[in-house]
Design a protein around this ligand. Structure first.
Ligand SMILES: Cc1ncc(COP(=O)(O)O)c(C=O)c1O
Length: 390
């Protein structure tokens, strides 16, 4: 069939491949997808149901309900520097916010530098648009994955249209420091490069212990950038409010870009559903009474999993300061897809293979620790130990 080569060559999801190996089995402990097994809070579901009961089933403004844009602006301003609603666009998910950002900035043959390993959708989006994607790899260090800042700055030049960076990072948990963000912003101002920052995990922030206390959110470009900086920040309701299935997100961009973003939304989804946006409004109204509790539960999950995982002979893992994933490797296991499939079939343990996030993380495995029941994690470690004959 005569479709574009770049589309034909898009990789299929390796996580799905592993999940398919466990199809039809009800005994698999699944930690492969990036979502909690906890349902969306009742107050959010009720707000959406009330909107539907009111008959709010029509098209809405491209950029989102004015009151939701205002609420997002207030919420963001509470965490970072003040942002007006005029710089906010509501999108149909975080991944949609990222695609819209790419569509507004990147064309055929433009160069996009992406910090990897990363959730595969990030490099795929500019590739779909015909851009040339340069992968810049984090490096494996003693305490987990780290950034060679000077090497990154050397890779981003006047020819680089967009630097795409996800922090806190899926899958590694690596998170930019404030100093790194300052250096990157200053460099991109010099080269004229746009920064597209995927900060969907910013609230799932536990802190680095010694150097930075756990705060309300991970270090963000929104703390240091000026309104006119070439910065687009992509966000989502999925992770901080347990709303993965709702498909609701937003982006913050310079005001001049927002008109164009509105047009692009028209051509993509036209608008986010109104009743879904009412769910988002309810979520933000109670954000500061809900999110800290969620983060505390996630911290219990992280601290249930990590020490047990680290105690297994042959396992290398660092405690992530943010996000909801343990990223680890097992000595002697070089092919992560084969290993992940074996764990499903032999041990009933569902993990994501590192290869799903790029060749840079082949041999690694990702374990999503977001669960309402931390004892599932403990059981999972026992299954892993059993599979490794420990
Ligand atoms: C790094 C990263 N960015 C963005 C998203 C998008 O989330 P959503 O499309 O559910 O809002 C995800 C989801 O897993 C993610 O891991």
């Amino acid at each position: 069939m005569n479709m574009r080569a770049v589309i034909r060559q898009l990789p299929g999801s390796k996580i799905r491949e592993v999940a398919n190996a466990g199809l039809g089995r009800s005994d698999v402990l699944a930690f492969w997808f990036g979502e909690s097994d906890e349902v969306t809070p009742e107050f959010v579901r009720a707000a959406a149901a009330e909107s539907l009961a009111r008959g709010e089933t029509f098209y809405a403004h491209n950029l989102g309900l004015p009151e939701l844009r205002e609420a997002i602006a207030r919420y963001t301003s509470g965490l970072h520097r003040a942002v007006p609603a005029a710089r906010v666009a509501v999108t149909s998910s975080g991944v949609n916010a990222l695609m819209i950002a790419m569509q507004s900035l990147v064309g055929a043959e433009d160069e996009v530098v992406v910090v990897v390993p990363v959730w595969p959708n990030l490099p795929a989006q500019p590739a779909i648009l015909g851009a040339r994607v340069t992968r810049f790899s984090l490096e494996v260090r003693e305490g987990g994955w780290g950034l060679d800042l000077q090497a990154l700055l050397g890779t981003v030049t006047e020819r680089t249209r967009v630097l795409l960076v996800n922090s806190p990072n899926n899958p590694t948990g690596w998170t930019l420091t404030r100093e790194e963000q300052q250096a990157i912003l200053a460099h991109c101002r010099r080269t004229g490069t746009w920064i597209v920052a995927d900060e969907v995990y910013e609230r799932l922030w536990f802190g680095r212990g010694t150097d930075e206390a756990a705060g309300l959110a991970a270090p963000s470009f929104m703390d240091i950038a000026e309104p006119e900086d070439r910065l687009v920040v992509a966000h989502s309701f999925s992770k901080s409010f347990l709303m993965t299935g709702w498909r609701l997100g937003w982006l913050v961009a310079p005001a001049e870009l927002i008109d164009a973003v509105g047009k692009l939304i028209e051509f993509n989804t036209s608008c986010a559903p109104v009743f879904v946006q009412h769910g988002g409004l309810a979520a933000l109204a109670q954000a500061e009474s809900f999110v800290p509790g969620l983060v505390a539960r996630m911290r219990v999950c992280r601290d249930s999993l990590l020490p047990r995982l680290a105690a297994l002979p042959g396992v290398s893992v660092a405690t992530p300061p943010g996000g909801m994933y343990a990223f680890f490797r097992v000595a002697g296991q070089e092919d992560s897809l084969v290993f992940a499939k074996r764990l499903v079939v032999e041990a009933g343990l569902g993990l994501a293979p590192g290869a799903a996030f790029g060749d840079e993380s082949e041999g690694w495995l990702r374990w999503c620790f977001a669960s309402r029941d931390p004892s599932r994690l403990v059981l999972g470690v026992q299954r892993l130990a059993g599979a490794l004959r420990l």
